[in-house]
Structures are given as structure tokens and as C-alpha cells.
Design a protein around this ligand. Structure first.
Ligand code: BGP
Length: 489
């Protein structure tokens, strides 16, 4: 039988983001973030339930600010990790976590993003969280920016459309690197930068209606500014603590060609290139040649100065981390849709089943992704998000029998191991939403990913009680056996 024993130093754990768990949106001096304006919109209103309802227009923002009481803002509540972090981290420790991925909320540290001094209460909160992790020997893996930059920067600069954000982010990074230099070793600068191509508000705090005439131009402009901010942060981080390991992160989706027709194959190559554009820049420290053709074809002009080129070269990353949920199918046409980072695959893959949110389930696609990324970069990889969003049912005796989640995670872990057996270096695995949290895309609480059930609904009703699901005990066994229990049955 195949041996599924992972290396002893494999970083097993779970992943979250501040805007989806913390709550306490106006406590301890925190400023408002872009996510605090992600009002709940009925995700079932369209034809499909995977509608990304996060985008906020200028009009909506004005309305939400004027009449907040009329709307439901689930990300303001999260799961109240802010007040429950001790209990939550204790449960992670009980599962045997070696690593816990979380993000720092930028406006908890700099409420407007432009404050001259950081907010001490915000810094103290993360000190307490990291100390709690340390108590159990859990390494934090910290994302600096996960869809939660200060809303003030959107209102004043239209988010990352402006270069002004670069020094502001650099300052924020410097403050947290200095503060936590002895508590945190693993860092990610930006979550899923390729999300800018899909939801520019989510990824870059840009109001989409203001850039409607050339969305791609806007997405790549904002991305360029984030590349620079990220590279400057990496450089600064390494000066502050040379032992830091700082990575980049993309939403990885392998694009398969629909047929063996060479033009379909070419289309799949192009789609995959556009996705890998992000790690290409961050790992190699320069723009890849193929992107300039893409810019030309789409009338995109990016101002890349000589100084920018130097900055990118000096701030390359140590590892590539990915979120992985699904694969795509693509086919050639004159105006083939841009698939990079997209959650919406227009062509069905007849070999794959869908989740309740219509996301194709493809564990082998994860192996393919890992092998390709490693071939391309030859630096360590980290699977920092993967998981199944499902409608869980709490039984009368207070249990959640989520065998479907166990099946999903198990198959993905086995494919990670297969990739590792083929020589790929994978540092760790943090499954997404290790504790139920608010969905990024739909702001639902009822799209659950966790090993731990949280008794809250989309409107925020419920006790907030934490209840380990069946998958909790299963994952605990997986970690305790270094993966060997994956082949138990
Ligand atoms: C990733 C994000 C996470 C997350 C996950 C699942 O793109 O980095 O923040 O939530 O996707 O998506 P959703 O919450 O929409 O189901």
C-alpha cells in the first residue's frame, strides 16, 4: 500500500483572514476596512449560487455609509475571534496544528492607513494572539493584506490605482515586522493578487464603476503598485529579520484545454500564463515577456520605471503559496474570456463533480498545479488554502457529520503527497476556514469550511458556540499520524 507519511517538519494547520473571523470591527481603535462594506446580497438571486457579491460601487459605498442600519454587514461581525481567540486557538492546538494562517487587519494597526503613529491597541491584540499560539507551539503564518485595507484609502486614492499606497503599505509592513520579529517567521505579503482581475474592489480597494471603461488596465495598474509594495516589504522584512520566510500567494486554477485541438491547447497555455504572471513577477523579480503581448492586445499601458525594475529585482520571495479550490476548462476563440483567477468556469468538465456552490472538485488538478509550479520556480511551495464550502447540518444531539468534507480534504492531501513523492517541495498545508467563518465571495456564514462549527447564521443569529465536527477528529488523526491515517480505509 502507498505510504502517506509526510515529513516530520510538514506544517499542518488551518487558514483564516482577519476580515472573515475577527468581528469587533470598531473595537480597540480599529478603522473601517473595505470588507466592512461587503453588505450581504442574496447569493441566490442570480442563476448560480457562486456569484461573487463582494464588489462595492461608489454609489453603494455612499449609501452604506449614510444608512448602515439598513444593511447586513457580516464581515463586521465575523465569528468574533477578537474575543474568542483563546478558545479557538486551544481547539486548533487540540487538533495538533503546527501552523495557523491568519491575517493582520491593516486598519487595526493604521485606522486610516495614513496615521502618523500605529494604534497600540491593535498591535497589542496580535501580540496576544501570537503569544497564545506560542503557548501551544503553533507557528503563525501571517498575511499582511487579505481584502482588508482601510476604506479611507479607497475614498481618498481609489485604492491601489494610486502609487501613494506603496509607501503607506511599506510603513505598515515595517511596523508589524519590527513588532513581531521574534514571534512570526512566516509571512505572505498579499492574498491572491490575481483576484484583482476578477474583483478589483476585493483585491485592490478600487471602486469598479470608476474604471469600467478598461477594467484590465485598472487591474494591471493596481497590481503593478502592489508588486512594488510587496517587493519593498520583502526587502524591508529581510533587513529586520534575515530569518523571515516571506512568500507570495495566488489563487491557483489549472486551465485544461477542452480538446486536443492545438488552438485549445494554446488557449490553455495562455490562461495558465496569465495566472502565473503573478508569481512570475514575484519569484523572478521582473515582468515575463509574454505579458507585454497581452498588454498590447488589450490596450494596457503600465508605467514601469527603471527604479520600479530595481525594486522588483530586490524583493523576490522565498516561497510560493497557493489557494486551490478548482480547475478550469478553456477553449480557443477569437475573444477567449480571461480566466486567470476566475471563480466562474464557463465550460463544464464532465469528469468532475461540483460543490454545492458549483465549484468543480479536482484533487488531481492540485497535484498538476504543484508539479507545474515547482518545475517553473524550484522554490518551496505552500498550500495555504483548500477546502470545501458546504451547508452543514447540526444534528439534534449537537454533532456535524461532515464525511463529504473528510472525503474532499483526504483526496487533496493524497495528491499533495503524490506531488511530494515526485520531488515537489511542499512546506505545509493550511486548509481554508479551519473554523467556520464568513465567506469572502458571498458574505454568507452558511457556506461553511470548518472542522469547527460556529453557531451563527447569515444574519448573525445564534450563540456563536464552537462545536467540533467529525472532520475535527479525523484531521487530528491525520496530523498525529503525519498523514499515515489517510490510507486507513
Ligand atoms: C479565497 C480567499 C479566502 C476565501 C476562499 C473561499 O479566494 O482567499 O478569503 O474565503 O477563497 O472563498 P469563499 O469564501 O468565497 O467561499
Amino acid at each position: 500500500m502507498k505510504n502517506n507519511k509526510f515529513p516530520k517538519n510538514f506544517l499542518w494547520g488551518g487558514a483564516t483572514a482577519a476580515n472573515q473571523i475577527e468581528g469587533a470591527y470598531d473595537v480597540g481603535g480599529k478603522g473601517l476596512s473595505i470588507s466592512d462594506f461587503a453588505a450581504y446580497k442574496d447569493p441566490y438571486a442570480g442563476e448560480r449560487v457562486n456569484n461573487f457579491t463582494f464588489d462595492v460601487t461608489s454609489e453603494e459605498l455612499k449609501e452604506y455609509k449614510a444608512n448602515p442600519e439598513k444593511y447586513n454587514f457580516p464581515k463586521r461581525r465575523g465569528i468574533d475571534f477578537y474575543h474568542n481567540y483563546k478558545e479557538d486557538i486551544k481547539l486548533f492546538a487540540e487538533m495538533g496544528f503546527k501552523v495557523f494562517r491568519l491575517s493582520i487587519s491593516w486598519p487595526r494597526i493604521f485606522p486610516t492607513g495614513e496615521d502618523s503613529e500605529p494604534n497600540e491597541a491593535g498591535l497589542a491584540f496580535y501580540d496576544a494572539v501570537f503569544d497564545e499560539c506560542a503557548k501551544y507551539g503553533i507557528e503563525p503564518l501571517v498575511t499582511l493584506s487579505h481584502y482588508e485595507q482601510p476604506i479611507h484609502l479607497t475614498e481618498k486614492y481609489n485604492g491601489w490605482m494610486s502609487r501613494e499606497l506603496i509607501p503607506l503599505f511599506e510603513k505598515y509592513a515595517e511596523v508589524v515586522f519590527n513588532r513581531y520579529k521574534n514571534k512570526v517567521k512566516y509571512w505572505i505579503t498579499f492574498n491572491e493578487m490575481n483576484m484583482n482581475l476578477q474583483s478589483i474592489y476585493t483585491g485592490a480597494g478600487v471602486l469598479p464603476d470608476t474604471v469600467a471603461d478598461n477594467k484590465l488596465q485598472a487591474a494591471y495598474t493596481a497590481s503593478h503598485h502592489q508588486f512594488l509594495a510587496s517587493a519593498l516589504a520583502v526587502k524591508k522584512g529581510k533587513e529586520i529579520n534575515p530569518d523571515f520566510e516571506i512568500g507570495c500567494m495566488i489563487n491557483q486554477m489549472e486551465s485544461y484545454a477542452k480538446t486536443t485541438k492545438p488552438l485549445d491547447q494554446l488557449q490553455s497555455l495562455k490562461s495558465n500564463q496569465l495566472n502565473m504572471f503573478y508569481p512570475d513577477v514575484k519569484v523572478r523579480g521582473c515582468y515575463p515577456s509574454y505579458i507585454f503581448k497581452h498588454f498590447e492586445e488589450n490596450n494596457i499601458h503600465i508605467d514601469i520605471t527603471e527604479e520600479d525594475k530595481k525594486v522588483l529585482k530586490e524583493g523576490t520571495v522565498d516561497f510560493v503559496s497557493i489557494s486551490y479550490y478548482m480547475s478550469h476548462v478553456t477553449e480557443y476563440s477569437e475573444d477567449a474570456t480571461e480566466l486567470a483567477g476566475s471563480f466562474d468556469s464557463p465550460i463544464k468538465n464532465e469528469y468532475l463533480e461540483l460543490t454545492q456552490w458549483d465549484w468543480p472538485i479536482d484533487p488531481v488538478g492540485l497535484r498538476i498545479s504543484l508539479e507545474k509550479l515547482y518545475d517553473r520556480y524550484q522554490i518551496p511551495l505552500f498550500v495555504c488554502e483548500n477546502g470545501l464550502g458546504a451547508r452543514d447540518v447540526l444534528t439534534e444531539d449537537g454533532k456535524v457529520h461532515d464525511d463529504y468534507r473528510i472525503d474532499y480534504i483526504k483526496k487533496h492531501l493524497i495528491e499533495i503527497k503524490n506531488a511530494m513523492d515526485a520531488g515537489v517541495e511542499v512546506m505545509g498545508y493550511t486548509s481554508w476556514g479551519c473554523i467556520d467563518l464568513v465567506s469572502a465571495g458571498t458574505s454568507q456564514m452558511t457556506k461553511r469550511y470548518g472542522y469547527i462549527y460556529v453557531d451563527l447564521d447569515d444574519e448573525g443569529n445564534g450563540s456563536g458556540k464552537r462545536i467540533p465536527k467529525d472532520s475535527f477528529y479525523w484531521y487530528k488523526d491525520v496530523i498525529a499520524s503525519d498523514g499515515e491515517s489517510l490510507t486507513k480505509d
